[in-house]
Design a binder for this molecule. Sequence first.
Ligand SMILES: [Zn+2]
Length: 372
Amino acid sequence: MELPDLGRLIERFDGFNYGYWMNCSCGGRSFITAHDYFIEADGAHMSCEQCGQRIRFGPAVAALRDKHDPALQDDVVTRFAWYHTSTSSDWPSPDYARRFAENLSWSDDLIGLSRKQYILNETTKALHLGTYETAIENMLRRMRDQGDGSSQFYLYRVALRPKPLRINPGYRDENHEDAANLKISDLNAENLDVVRYLNVHEATGVLSLAVRPKAIAAVQCIEIPLNELTVPIDTESFSADVARLKSARSAWVTAEAKIASIDRGTRVMMQFGARPDPGGLAKYAGELERHHQTLWYDFEARLGEQFLANVSPVIRRDFTEALACWRRENPTTGIYRFVERYAAMAALLEEPDKIQRTLRHMEWLVVHQTAA
Ligand SMILES: [Zn+2]
């Protein structure tokens, strides 16, 4: 198989502090800052810069960030370093279908699909490649939405086969055409190796690729977060916060213990006055729980300011929610360990140059694919 010039792949850097472009029905595009997007300024409405019409902004009308994005050029697509995050250490594994079938717990209640058909659907999907930022944001979403809060992730740097790859002209808009769930059979039907599409849910406004496995020539891989970038936490600077959190938790747990025999639903009704609450014990426990939660929100905001100084509020929120999932999946882990994890993960967003440099020095693994 022909390999591209692996030492000369083009890098790009978009960062994690970008604004958003929104489409208007007049065909114009308008810019909104990350701050206004985050706070949903003006009830999530803005005026079109071209025709003045009011636009309800959000993913449904997200536009390409850079009209001249270099990834629009087919010959640049094949020379870019693309990125992907996965919980598999051997992605894109030719063994994936067999392992998926082995690990699948199957219930015959799943309506309308045979086990064989389900396995085929799930194991013959196109592979997704994006910018470094897209790959990291995708990992945050998986941590948050797919039960991967404490999964080990791997970051891949991907070289595509050199031309000729069959790429769709222009790009698909995820809002109007299927891109995220393409199967290899879809690519076959359209005689394509690569479908270029606009991201509207993560790394909004940049282009990603859905590719057939054999479009991938080689990959480099590291475990993330990167241990080398894990610096010891200055525990002294957090000691007051940690003491406050521990004390609030202890008060809440003590109050909860006094009403432990009452089920959660009844307790909520007691707190709202729908059931008698002798001594106000349920209300008091509820107040302490909310106080503890508020202290955590404040603490997370402080961590964001310290460790994600160059990250937009939108992505800071995604990151905070992803790390909260890590915390929920590790309930007995101490707060300092959480801060260590937070800082190590934050380095993926704050120090991408160091991450990419480490990745660039890893051995290339040539991907030997079957017919797909
Ligand atoms: Zn307009």
